[in-house]
Design a protein around this ligand. Structure first.
Ligand SMILES: Cc1cc2nc3c(=O)[nH]c(=O)nc-3n(C[C@H](O)[C@H](O)[C@H](O)COP(=O)(O)OP(=O)(O)OC[C@H]3O[C@@H](n4cnc5c(N)ncnc54)[C@H](O)[C@@H]3O)c2cc1C
Length: 384
């Protein structure tokens, strides 16, 4: 057993677990359908037949992985190598597979030929924020995390055979046990952190992947896509522009990465974080954000909840939705001037309905959505 540091200041440390086993030469490539978005990536590529394998004491057979939820590659796979019996993909194919959106990430040099569908990462820490909300730290095994920009997302996966939490709705029909279910998740950790990635996850009881992710414990294996993608970054924002970062629920994750990487120290610009949740206990990262705002006067943290009734301790903060915070002019009060398109960029992340409402509100005040060929001040990341 070993103890790791708490996930964030003020949190309950629930990070105890076994030392990770020595990593095999495991890197992963993925074969998601190349589409404009990574949302709802699931299923195998035609021609690749895989089957689940339960833990095998004493080692697994040729072409297999001796890991929990390990995925065994059947001999008839076309990309199987003669020397190792493992299925491989070329670096070029892996690089093309995730998303057509641009990425700064590159595969580690040693993963030019990589086995697919291996459970190539391990849970390093797991913290329950509230029922249905967890923070998960995931470390790669036997490969190095490529660089990423704060705001980008990674892909997590588990096979259909992985167990689900009991509170999940029954699956009808359940996915094939061999199918690797994959979904995109914004990275919440600093891009200066090279040991692990942190994710802020909400349980979707009817969902395919989250009921399985929520069953993971420290030390369990899962699949982590080896490339990180996404345009929801500060790349297209002038360095001196002020920032309003608006999130519902786990939509806070990309902002945590931005703040932890460099934003909290960027004293030359004002940054406001508006975080909406149903209950006060659902305000993940609240302690860390309150602490950052105390230490950095240019940073404003504006949490808002829609159901404060019965909270213990009682909620004395803003009640309503993130849109209400914008309308109430709370940012202008904190900054001493109103956020305007001439000098402010607004990021919107999470619930698509919130994003739609906020875009309408902002467009009424002269802000424009940012597009590659038509730069604007509104940047969006819809989670579903
Ligand atoms: C770029 C990107 C980044 C993302 N980052 C995160 C993240 O950091 N944290 C996170 O928790 N999720 C994130 N998501 C959502 C995530 O990819 C999955 O969609 C989500 O975890 C549900 O997966 P599932 O397989 O359990 O449910 P699915 O079987 O895929 O979905 C079932 C249905 O549930 C609804 N749904 C999906 N997500 C939610 C939600 N959060 N709340 C309520 N209903 C939902 C949708 O209508 C969906 O069709 C992100 C999505 C995208 C596109």
């Amino acid at each position: 057993m070993r103890t790791m540091s708490p996930i964030y200041e003020g949190s309950r440390p629930t990070c105890q677990g076994p030392d990770p086993a020595p990593g095999a030469e495991q890197a992963a490539a993925i074969h998601a359908r190349a589409r404009g978005t990574i949302r709802n990536v699931a299923g195998g590529r035609p021609g690749h037949t895989v089957a689940p394998r339960s833990p095998a004491p004493g080692g697994a057979g040729r072409g297999s992985l001796d890991v929990h939820f390990g995925v065994w590659i059947r001999p008839r796979d076309p990309l199987r190598t003669r020397s190792t019996g493992r299925v491989v993909q070329s670096r070029r194919r892996a690089g093309n597979s995730l998303s057509r959106r641009s990425s700064c990430a590159t595969l580690p040099a040693h993963s030019k030929r990589v086995a697919i569908m291996e459970l190539n990462a391990r849970v390093l820490a797991r913290q329950e924020v509230a029922p249905g909300l967890i923070i998960l730290r995931v470390a790669p095994e036997g490969w190095a995390l490529p660089p990423f920009e704060p705001g980008q997302f990674a892909v997590l996966g588990l096979p259909g055979a992985a167990p689900r939490v009991p509170e999940a709705e029954p699956e009808n029909p359940p996915p094939p046990p061999h199918q690797l279910i994959r979904r995109a998740y914004s990275i919440a950790s600093s891009s200066r952190q090279h040991e692990y990635l942190e994710f802020y996850l909400a349980l979707v009881r009817t969902g395919a992947l989250t009921p399985r992710l929520f069953r993971l414990h420290v030390g369990d294996r899962l699949w982590l896509g080896p490339r990180f993608s996404g345009m929801f970054t500060l790349r297209h924002v002038p360095a001196d522009a002020h920032l309003v970062l608006v999130a519902t629920g786990t939509g806070l994750a990309p902002y945590m990465s931005m703040l932890r990487t460099h934003l909290a120290e960027s004293a030359h610009r004002r940054t406001a974080v508006i975080h909406g949740a149903r209950y006060p206990s659902d305000l993940g990262y609240r302690n860390e954000l309150e602490d950052l705002a105390r230490r950095h006067p240019h940073l404003t943290y504006l949490p808002v909840v829609s159901r404060p009734q019965g909270a213990v301790p009682p909620w004395s903060g803003a009640v309503g939705h993130v849109q209400d915070i914008w309308r109430a002019g709370l940012i202008a009060r904190a900054w001493g001037f109103p956020p305007e398109p001439a000098h402010t960029h607004v990021f919107l992340c999470g619930n698509p309905q919130m994003i739609e409402d906020m875009v309408r509100l902002l467009e009424g005040e002269g802000f424009r959505e940012h597009h590659k060929d038509a730069p604007g001040q509104i940047h969006t990341e819809r989670y579903w």
